[in-house]
Design a protein around this ligand. Structure first.
Ligand code: ADP
Ligand code: MG
Length: 294
């Protein structure tokens, strides 16, 4: 059994109900003849997060972020600032507790949505440290994921044909499809595999955490190109790219860059902020973050 894919008809129903009840039609049904007001693709509002459990420590201390369809946002920040925590929370990780604020996907509050609901609705997270799943091949994982995400049941042969072009674009050997998921994958193979998943699952919002870590320059370019090609096919894809390296951002050219320090976004800007961080380092920005407990 693939843990992240324990989807069933009930989950599907839940999502449908959640979307109805959750207020999808609060937006757009205003009777405004100038056109419907649409909610942003993705909104984070004053998000406070602590680690789950009795001694939970506060990691995110009021994060605001809005991503419109088609936008690429970069989230930068030093080690330990909370970037991976944010990525995990956005996909509903049980390791963290949201103690304040809101996350909305296309206007729907995600508070009661589990990771499967979020994936099915069109959110995608590439993990910083992808899990190996013994006994499940790349292609079988994709089959189950595709079935869960889109309700499409392809045979292994059909899927093989469908992914061939993408595997070529990502410079992946055809034999890769039959390897066990993430078992013995190099950093570059893991990341290519994630971009492959993203290409096939066609999310509306993708969160890529540290996709450049452990990659050499060539692999990085392949991944960056892969991401760009996925976006070229689907220009409405919203992307949140978590990284502390400039290289990936030079390739992806985000329209928005955010600096996360000690659980808060202390500055937002464009690519000029990346250059500034590269030149000055993070230290000079720490003063911008209020002390913990403030
Ligand atoms: P980043 O990705 O920016 O390097 P993380 O989100 O991984 O930072 O971690 C932020 C801080 O929260 C770190 O101090 C880390 O040790 C702590 N942290 C994150 N997740 C957990 C957890 N599950 N349990 C305890 N501490 C955690
Ligand atoms: Mg991290």
């Amino acid at each position: 059994m693939v843990p992240t894919l324990q989807l069933c008809a009930e989950t599907h129903l839940l999502v449908m109900v959640a979307r109805k009840v959750g207020g999808g039609f609060h937006y757009g049904g205003s009777g405004n003849t100038l056109g419907a007001v649409t909610a942003p693709l993705f909104e984070i509002e004053d998000l406070h997060v602590r680690t789950a459990g009795p001694d939970g420590a506060e990691i995110l201390r009021g994060v605001d972020l809005t991503i419109e369809a088609g936008e690429i946002h970069a989230l930068m920040g030093p080690n330990g600032s909370g970037k991976s925590t944010l990525a995990s929370v956005l996909l509903g990780s049980p390791d963290y507790e949201v103690t304040g604020g809101r996350i909305r996907f296309k206007g729907d509050d995600l508070a009661d949505w589990g990771p499967d609901d979020r994936g099915k609705a069109g959110m995608f997270l590439a993990f910083q440290y992808p899990q190996a799943i013994p006994g499940v091949s790349v292609i079988n994982f994709l089959r189950q994921a595709l079935s869960a995400r889109k309700g499409i049941d392809l045979s292994v042969l059909e899927l093989r044909l469908a992914i061939m072009e993408w595997m070529e674009r990502l410079e992946m050997d055809a034999s890769f499809a039959d390897r066990y998921l993430n078992e013995g994958f190099s950093g570059g193979e893991k990341k290519r595999n994630e971009v492959l998943q993203m290409a096939i699952l066609e999310p509306e919002l993708a969160i890529l955490d540290e996709t450049d870590s452990g990659l050499d320059i060539d692999a990085l370019r392949v991944v960056a190109r892969g991401v760009r090609e996925v976006r070229a096919d689907r220009p409405d894809l919203g992307l949140l790219v978590v990284t502390h390296y400039q290289r990936l951002l030079d390739e992806l050219e985000p329209s928005h860059v955010h600096l996360l320090i000690d659980g808060r976004i202390v500055r937002s800007g464009g690519m000029e902020l990346v250059a500034q961080l590269e030149a000055e380092g993070y230290e000079s920005w720490r003063a911008e973050a209020a002390p913990v407990g403030a």
